[in-house]
Design a protein around this ligand. Structure first.
Ligand SMILES: Cc1cc2nc3c(=O)[nH]c(=O)nc-3n(C[C@H](O)[C@H](O)[C@H](O)COP(=O)(O)OP(=O)(O)OC[C@H]3O[C@@H](n4cnc5c(N)ncnc54)[C@H](O)[C@@H]3O)c2cc1C
Length: 385
């Protein structure tokens, strides 16, 4: 068992760090305040092969591994601690991966090079107003008529729809093609966000302001059957595969954020005077640092194991990605909360910059990429069988 990163992985991390320092860091205040990541960032990240790094060479991608993708996710979250850029990246990476794995050649040739170079965004449209966890019971319909599939219904809390509309991207969308077959009656279709009959409305979110969360209404949206991913009525399975992979990158982003916030906190307590000592001289605070460092190390190991299992196509991936998604956001929230306590009143100002991390992390506690109880459901089924 070898726990070290390869030379290539270390070089990738260094290069990503340098790239982000120059191309993302200067815009951070803007991202949270003006609710927009500069479009140039995606293009430059595309030029550097890191905006959807699992896309293969044959589609002009960089063909990196899941471990590489997790490294990039960690580094992005260390810079943009609001989580907005991480969300854009992880959706674009994991759902392009699903398109690459199950899509037909024509669709892949049309979309993947554009996603790889940062010109198009791709996301997932699954959750509906009646609920997100119970995917089998979605209501949005897909009726196949001749060469088309006609979509009617509504999705809610969908990330990146405004961005997709602005750059001619779209979402892998789950529709019911057989009402009587539960999860075996769901088909996945690539739906461009700028098609006729699509109405997108931005929600007023509490965090990760740089990427939109929206409702999407589909009113007789006519999509060519070529946009169907894989086989009709297999969409549920493709989406579960996608979530298993996306959760690795969610966890990696949370871990990157936790590490950055803890490091900043340690620097602060090493310099802050109280009662004639540094804050870090007080054992109650030093022990919190010890606990957090241990928790972060633990969940990083779990997450990189999940990434490794993805790279070797292991059947255990679903379990490890669920465990990573269960723990990483909770450890991030704990880290943010404790470091806010260390900062005292300073943490409550926007100048400190830490409150936006709390707002961002909360999205993963309440549901994004799968609610925590759903992770427990997945894990307990495996543990008890
Ligand atoms: C910021 C943000 C961005 C999002 N982006 C996307 C996106 O891009 N695409 C997309 O499709 N969705 C997206 N979602 C939606 C996300 O997938 C859902 O929030 C998630 O699936 C949970 O669905 P729900 O919110 O409807 O909660 P529900 O399914 O109604 O669940 C509510 C609560 O009940 C619990 N619960 C549900 N079932 C069980 C059970 N069987 N046992 C025990 N507890 C249970 C859940 O854990 C949760 O705490 C996003 C969500 C957020 C917050």
């Amino acid at each position: 068992m070898d726990f070290s990163f390869s030379d290539e992985e270390n070089i990738l991390r260094d290069n990503v760090k340098k790239f982000l320092e120059i191309n993302l860091k200067p815009y951070l205040n803007d991202i949270d305040k003006n609710e927009k990541i500069p479009i140039n960032f995606f293009k430059k990240a595309g030029d550097n092969g890191i905006i959807s790094p699992l896309i293969k060479d044959e589609y002009n991608g960089s063909g990196l591994s899941f471990i590489d993708a997790a490294i990039i996710s960690e580094e992005i979250a260390k810079i943009d601690t609001s989580m907005a850029t991480s969300v854009y990246y992880l959706l674009n990476t994991s759902w392009a991966y699903i398109l690459q794995k199950y899509g037909n050649n024509k669709l892949k040739k049309e979309l993947l090079p554009e996603i790889a170079n940062g010109n198009k965004f791709i996301g997932i449209s699954s959750t509906e107003p009646s609920g997100g966890s119970d995917v089998a019971n979605i209501k949005t319909s897909g009726e196949i008529i001749d060469d088309n599939i006609i979509i009617n219904g509504e999705k809610l809390y969908i990330s990146g729809a405004v961005e997709a509309k602005n750059n001619h991207g779209g979402h892998l969308t789950l529709v019911k093609t057989d009402k009587n077959k539960g999860h075996k009656g769901i088909t996945m279709v690539y739906v461009p966000a700028d098609y006729d009959g699509i109405e997108i409305n931005k929600l007023d979110n509490m965090g990760r302001m740089g990427i939109s969360t929206t409702s999407i209404k589909y009113n007789n949206v006519k999509i060519n059957k070529n946009n169907i991913i894989g086989e009709i009525n297999r969409g549920f399975y493709y989406s579960m595969d996608g979530f298993n992979h996306a959760r690795i990158l969610v966890a990696a982003a949370c871990n990157g954020l936790s590490e950055k916030i803890l490091n900043d906190g340690i620097e602060y307590i090493n310099n802050r005077d109280a009662f004639g000592n540094k804050l870090s001289d007080f054992e109650s605070i030093a022990f919190e640092a010890a606990d957090l460092r241990t928790d972060i190390e633990m969940v990083k190991l779990l997450t990189y194991k999940a990434a490794y299992l993805a790279d070797i196509n292991s059947n255990d991936l679903y379990l490890y990605s669920a465990m990573s998604k269960l723990r990483a956001p909770q450890i991030s929230m704990d880290t943010v909360k404790k470091i806010m306590m260390w900062y005292g009143a300073y943490s409550y100002t926007k100048d400190a910059g830490i409150e936006k991390s709390a707002r961002g992390i909360f999205s993963y506690l309440v549901g994004a990429e799968g609610a925590l109880n759903i992770m427990k459901l997945i894990i307990s089924k495996s543990v008890l069988k």
